[in-house]
Design a protein around this ligand. Sequence first.
Ligand code: MCN
Length: 786
Amino acid sequence: TNSTQLDEVRIGGIGASRKRVEDARFIRGRGSYVDDITLPGMLHMEILRSPVAHARIKSIDTSKAWEIPGVRLVLTGEMAAQRNLAWMPTLSYDTQAVLATDKVRFQGQEVACVVADDPYIAKDGCEAIVVEYEPLPAVVNPRQAMAEDAPVIRDDKEGQTDNLCYSWEVGDKEATDRAFEQADVISRLSLHYPRSHPSPIENCGAVASFDQATENLTVYMTTQAPHIIRAAVALVAELPEHMIRIISPDIGGGFGNKVPVYPGYVCAILCSILLGKPVKWIEDKSGNLISTGFARDMYFDGELALRSDGRILGVRFHADTDQGAFFSDAQPSKFKIGLVHSAFACYDVPTGHITARGAYTNKAPGGVAYRCSFRVTEAMFFQERLMAAAAVDVGLDPAEFRRRNLVRDDQFPYRTPFGFLTDSGQYQKCLDLGLEAIGYDQFLEDKEEAAKRGRRLGIGISTMTEPLGAGNSREYDILGIKMFDSAELRVHPTGKAILRTGAKTQGQGHETTWAQIVAHELGIPAADVLVEEGDTDTAPFGMGTYASRSTPVAGAAVAMVSRKIRAKARKLAAHLLEVSEEDIEWELGRFYVRSAPARGVSIQECAAAAYGNMPDGMEPGLENNAYYDPPNLTWPFACYIVTVEVDPESGVWDVLRVVAVDDCGVRINPMIVEGQIMGGLTEAYAMSNMQFITFDADGNCVGSNYMDYLLPTAWETPGFELHEVTTPCPHHPLGAKGVGECAAVGGPAAFVNAVMDALSDTGVRNIDMPVLPDRVWEAIATGQDV
Ligand code: MCN
């Protein structure tokens, strides 16, 4: 065969389950992470964190720290303030103290930092700092925080006289109230989605290097969004952005944890500017777990208005969110994104109304978009828990109840109850496939049979769609800015290529999949395409990787830039073949003359011509870039079904089977997609029963270590049975939809619904996550919600 007949799978195009090229270095321990960066003369920074959650700082005595040999700098908030750098930018435009001065507002808050010759001296320096705290009463629950007599936590904010962070409502209240008046059945549920933490293997860290000669700043940094961070660093460093280079090297997991700006980054940059030396800061595990990037912590009360045949007439709910001491979610007025996009979006619900409040508390800032767009996980969990409860209330089988309400294929494009446009899907087909795979009817029989012998089996379903691909300017106006992403492709004379995007992989496999898109569009073998991300000096401007936006936005840009390259290559081919462009046909990797198909040139031959044999008047070279602003979000759909057995004596529950049906449109690399789904399900399983982080009345983080906040290993994790439905996205150039977070978002409800189903005869409606054995045992013993 010649290059013209290369089959797409063989060259590693779309649909090829190509092994991840980056794994070759990861599994050999040859990845290069921030902590692997060593620069000449580099110093080390440690952070002193507050041991208490709420206290006035009476004094900070750093004198003993300065006396330690090898200590180069001890930085406090007051010193930062002298450089006008007391505050750092957050996503929400809230102001967070880089280092606390007047008060500490959560346990783990950064109070001072020490730079020294090695990290151990820096740690000794931190221990030598004496801080006098005068304890203040702490508030650790948003509803407590909103009570009249609660101490005001953010008294540093002008005009802030209570702990209310924001409140908003969306939807049609009147129409929704009417729907509830007309309802045959009203089904209610209240629950708490607990605080959780992304816990990537690699903690946050930075190596900041300010060159006093050129006044250029280079920061190696664990960030999911290098270009956005560069804008924030420009503010902090008071340098123009062309003098700042952010390099995000290999990242050991992000999961949303590495989107925000954290005080540690800012301190490292400040210290490097002050000292004129490279400064490395590597966060430790406990620092990461108690203070960096919490998520969730939302209380829901809601209800569904139902007709007796099970059709939903309307939905309304209220959500109270614990924001922690600083507001690190998206901007308040835009906070609705995510939650409102996704709530009941997969169901045919005529009307809905949501109210929400956020409160400041003495906890570390919450609100990181942990493997979800803002608050989607919470919304989907509440939705699917309420759906399960409503099925019981209306006397329908939960699968049948969903089938009656899921948006039908012929309803697309479909406006969700809160006004967003979903454009494609086969929801019923996914549900049916899931039911068939799990052997639904047989399981119900087995369950009944087992019950006769005192065994408790349960089955839980969760179906959902979510908006993936933050990028669309109209439908997803995040932070009030337009979003997009970018790709730049340079094909060398040999036909080998280098591709750079504005996204930043943290383990998702972009180095593999972006090359597959180029292979698909140009017929260049994927192995001949080198993918680079994460360096603001070389990569085109982009918005980073989170909210599963990379395939929908950056991936589309990769296709678009490849198509631009192909258009120029076509001109080169016409020149080489001495025919007009109109007479040329394209097949994977080759142009040929329509009337004489044997006469053709490969894409590689065109590349060579671009650098020496181009037609007169043509600009040399074969490179281009593309910026892509998608016309809509992408809307993947998923159906997760879990079966469990609960031991009534101990409350322990075992997962029997997990079936997942995911429709993320065209899969670029099916194996990577499956990996993403398995990873998400693993996190969903852990959230449902392993991860316990709570705070005592004084705001101390209980369970601030990995003995209590358990990370799932292969040992605990159940097996997953994955199935696929493909409904191409109508507006994505490749028909792909995002997938990175679906299973983490939709999974938790399937596990909890399964346990609740096993307890269906007890009258218990809800057990809050984590559904620990003692909670299950108590629920069975008392017949009460836990
Ligand atoms: N993919 C595909 N076909 C599709 C959709 C996706 O082949 N139809 C592939 C993509 O090309 C990419 C991967 O699947 O290699 C994930 O793509 P996408 O859904 O676009 O998500 P992102 O790349 O934007 O990743 C973000 C998403 C999020 S929001 C979190 S959080 C998360 C996640 O991905 N964090 C992760 N998965 C993670 N996986 C790892 N290993 N580490 C993290 O930190």
